[in-house]
Design a protein around this ligand. Sequence first.
Ligand code: SAH
Length: 360
Amino acid sequence: MQTLLGMTIDEVKQFAVEIGEKPFRGKQIFVWLNRGASSFDEMTDLPKALREKLKGCAQVGGCRAVKVQEDPSDGTRKILFEAAGPAEQTDGQSGSVDGRTAADTFEGVFMKYSYGNSLCVSSQVGCRMGCRFCASSLGGFVRNLSAGEMLGQVLEAERVTGEKVGHIVIMGMGEPFDNYENVAGFLRLLHAEEGRNMGWRNMTVSTSGIIPMIRQFGEDFPQVNLAISLHRMTDEGRSRIMPVNRKYPVDELIEAAREYTVKTHRRVTFEYALIEGENDSDEDVRLMTEKLSGMLCHVNLIPLNKVDETGFSGSSRRRAQEIAGMLETAGIPATVRRQLGSQIDGACGQLRLKQQTVSD
Ligand code: SAH
């Protein structure tokens, strides 16, 4: 069984030839897949015989929603996904995690903004990075998601919400730069002219700070937005909450970000989750202004979403506003992230965590 969603248009054409069809059939299939067809029967401009042939040798792939939670106050929807089975089994019997473990599920968050709808996509099931405040790390690493499973999150989110997704941010579960090839494949598929034709600037990738891949990303995708999870300004403090800092120390990370802005002329976003008593002192802010001074950057302050298991709690919104003001005064653009979906366990990994606790 070949899984077709996630292949490039050339790969689907090649597949068509391999099963004795003309390349243009491959193009038709690619277009259907990228428009969200979840079965071959939906591909109505293919001859019936070809649709039957496809059912025997291929599956659509992607993923399906097993749970959807909506925050009625702002329309945010948190979706728990599982990988889709063979096409002939995707007949709408979702809603369970039977046959699969709850551990092999991953999350996406659909958010409404003034500029359009955005989906926060997961790149891995679980995560290897071990950030102490993050729910995605709690169960350890399970597996990488394929390009098709990332694209599947976008398509399934559109199916579930009945709305279009115009922007994506890879800020769900996982470290995208620990699964670079598949993430790169996903971004190229989003951009494909015969596919979704999404502009590079509508895509954002967030990393915990894997320096060599920041360099690579700047070369491969100079127009895709880059966000870096900073969270602390000293090696001692950052290594304690983000083990990745032991390998890639904070000053080198900031230097790599600076190089990236010089090379691409694109602004970097630094994410800074405010943790009460951990990284929200005046001295922390002073270090931030000192180290980021003069860089083409923007600081996104996020009062930490509380994850009970981690023992950390977020700073108040008032303190967050105060810090934003201090940064602005020092000439560093800063905003406090609008908190969407806080009623529905918006922080990464939290929905899966609940599902596991329920099914354990
Ligand atoms: N691994 C990547 C992308 C996923 S996380 C990265 O680290 O950037 C997306 C963002 O959410 C990161 O900045 C992460 O540090 C942050 N985050 C994780 N847990 C959080 C929580 N409980 N509250 C607020 N932000 C959190």
